[in-house]
Design a protein around this ligand. Structure first.
Ligand SMILES: Cc1cc2nc3c(=O)[nH]c(=O)nc-3n(C[C@H](O)[C@H](O)[C@H](O)COP(=O)(O)OP(=O)(O)OC[C@H]3O[C@@H](n4cnc5c(N)ncnc54)[C@H](O)[C@@H]3O)c2cc1C
Length: 383
């Protein structure tokens, strides 16, 4: 068993951390969140680093990065904020679906944009009545010969409102089929006629923005159908283990930042003539939290390693997502207690961590749904 990163991976990790220190320190990420600002220059810099190309195979012009290497970048970016990491992860995950399931023409058409980070892809699965039960989606596309006509509504679509965003929409193309069948994947530019986007006010995640998307007789060319007609539910599921794993790494990155911030404060703030961190009442919970973060990170790295090794890891990815997201929530909660009044002031980064952490156990599949997956792998449940 080998716990150390390779020389190359250590260099990548150091580079990504230095990138965050220089271009997106947490204070700046907080400011972007408060002003609903998407930092395009940061996005361009990520592209210049080659990070958007990294997840794709070298034979396709990509960087050939392993899942662990992708995790290292996501983890470092999340030290700024979860949203900064999500800007990166949320784009290459649907990009990999296009790469894996697109036909030759589509792979060529989308290749430059995917490798160079030209596209911001927004994934549209959820609907008002289809949340955890994703297969219950009803947004419909009818076949009209050389194009589809899409009608319906999507909810919580992250980044759909950014200029030039491509919406990867899972739509029902066969209403008569059982609910896990009859679903197809269409790429829909957000400026097509009939697409309306309405931002949903939320507690955090304001860089990318979360949106309702309405499709009113939107005409989508057949060339934008990715994968088999009626067969997209398996596409949706196929990317989930990677997404959960990389996001799990991101949760540990932001949890570690939160830990570092409260630790620094607890050493510098004195009450009763001693640094508050020396009170056992704070020292032990912080020691417990660091232990939890290290354990969570190992779960994320294990899942990444299993993906590299080609091993099925639905259970392990669910465990990683569950543990890492819950650890971020716990870190932000403890951070607020350690910083006390200073944390409660909205000018503190900790107050931003606390707002943002709440969504970690909801988006990308709730904690309950991850527990269901683990319980199923243990033969306890069938759903
Ligand atoms: C900020 C944000 C960004 C998002 N981004 C996207 C996006 O880009 N694209 C997209 O498609 N979706 C996105 N989502 C939607 C997200 O995937 C859903 O919110 C999530 O799957 C939960 O669905 P729901 O909110 O409808 O809750 P519900 O499914 O209604 O769940 C409500 C509660 O019931 C519990 N529950 C439901 N079913 C079960 C069960 N079988 N067993 C046990 N408990 C259960 C849940 O765990 C939860 O506690 C985003 C959500 C948020 C908040």
């Amino acid at each position: 068993m080998q716990f150390a990163l390779s020389e190359e991976q250590t260099l990548l990790q150091d580079t990504a951390r230095a990138f965050v220190d220089k271009h997106c320190p947490p204070e700046l990420a907080k400011e972007w969140d408060e002003t609903d600002h998407f930092p395009w220059p940061l996005w361009k810099r990520m592209a210049e680093m080659g990070w958007f190309a990294l997840p794709y195979p070298e034979t396709w012009g990509g960087g050939g990065g392993s899942p662990l290497e992708i995790c290292l970048i996501a983890e470092a970016l999340a030290r700024a904020s979860l949203d900064v990491a999500m800007a990166y992860v949320g784009t290459f995950i649907p990009g990999l679906t296009i790469h894996r399931y697109g036909n030759d023409e589509q792979r060529e058409r989308f290749k430059p944009g995917l490798l160079e980070g030209e596209y911001r892809i927004a994934v549209a699965i959820s609907e008002p009545d289809a949340g955890s039960d994703a297969a219950a989606l009803r947004c419909a596309a009818t076949d009209e010969g050389d194009h589809f006509v899409v009608n319906g509504q999507k909810a919580w679509c992250t980044g759909a409102g950014l200029p030039g965003a491509l919406i990867a929409a899972y739509v029902r193309t066969d209403p008569a089929a059982p609910k896990h069948r009859g679903i197809s994947l269409l790429l829909i530019p957000n400026d097509l006629e009939g697409v309306q986007i309405r931002r949903t006010p939320t507690l955090a995640r304001h860089l990318l923005g979360t949106n309702e998307v309405f499709f009113d007789n939107v005409s989508v060319p057949k060339e934008n159908l990715i994968g088999p007609i009626h067969g997209a539910f398996s596409l949706l599921m196929s990317g989930l283990d990677m997404e959960k794993t990389v996001m799990a790494a991101a949760y540990t990155g932001v949890a570690q930042s939160t830990m570092d911030e409260m630790l620094a404060y607890s050493k510098q703030r004195s009450q009763f003539d001693r640094p508050i961190g020396t009170f056992q009442a704070l020292a032990h919970p912080m020691a417990d939290l660091q232990t939890e973060i290290d354990a969570a990170r190992l779960l994320a790295y294990r899942a990444a390693w299993m993906i590299s090794a080609g091993q099925p890891c639905t259970r392990e990815a669910a465990m990683a997502k569950l543990k890492c997201s819950e650890t971020y929530v716990a870190a932000a909660r403890l951070g607020m207690q350690v910083l006390a009044g200073h944390g409660f002031a909205t000018e503190s980064v900790m107050s931003f961590r606390w707002r943002e952490s709440i969504v970690a156990t909801i988006s990308g599949g709730t904690s309950q749904i991850q527990r269901n997956a683990v319980a199923k792998s243990m033969g306890l449940t069938t759903y």
